[in-house]
Ligand binder design. Structure first.
Ligand SMILES: *[C@@H]1O[C@H](CO)[C@@H](O)[C@H](O)[C@H]1NC(C)=O
Length: 170
């Protein structure tokens, strides 16, 4: 292998970890919207509003425990129980695994006239609101496809640059 080729490959490989760092840096910026207190206990750690059978959303969020979710969880789960006129009966929020987030959606109990909606979300303290209908009782994950599109674009630009520089070296 020619020395210039080897140089080109080494130079190009440097872009792979740096583009990864760029992606995580973008995610960290996104989370900076929510104030962070102290260091994170482990990589990708996050917090959820956590309460059990609070009377409504305000009382859940107001008194929610401020602690990191355990490493076996990845999402924030919200269970909202409410009467026919929409008034909350109970709100439960917690850190959840992917399995606990299935199924999400709303269920109406005809005998009592009550409804229950379950939602899950991904991200730092993402479960601020309570689900009230099929539109918001969903499992919302962070849009990874947009970042991977961006990284693919960055990669192709680095590849193009690498090829152009490589052609000059030859
Ligand atoms: C669902 O609830 C949200 C928030 O309460 C409301 O803005 C939205 O219009 C509702 N959607 C439907 C389809 O009822």
């Amino acid at each position: 292998m020619q020395a210039s080729h080897r140089l080109l490959i080494v130079w190009f490989l440097q872009f792979i970890p740096s583009s990864k760092n760029w992606i995580s840096a973008r995610n960290i910026n996104f989370y900076n919207v929510i104030p962070q207190i102290g260091p994170t206990p482990f990589p990708n750690s996050f917090k959820c509003f956590t309460c059990e059978n609070a009377v409504d959303n305000y009382n859940c969020n107001r008194w929610a425990e401020d602690k990191w979710c355990p490493p076996n969880t990845r999402y924030c789960l919200t269970v909202h129980h409410f009467a026919s006129h929409g008034r909350s009966r109970s709100v439960t929020k917690k850190c959840a695994s992917k399995e606990e987030c299935h199924p999400v959606g709303c269920q109406h109990y005809r005998d009592s006239g009550h409804s229950e909606c379950v939602s899950c979300c991904e991200g730092m303290i993402c479960n601020i609101e309570v689900p009230t209908n099929h539109t918001n009782a969903v499992f919302s994950v962070m849009h990874a496809h947009r970042t991977s599109d961006a990284s693919r674009r960055t990669m192709s630009i680095s590849l193009l640059t690498a090829l152009m520089i490589g052609m000059h070296l030859l």
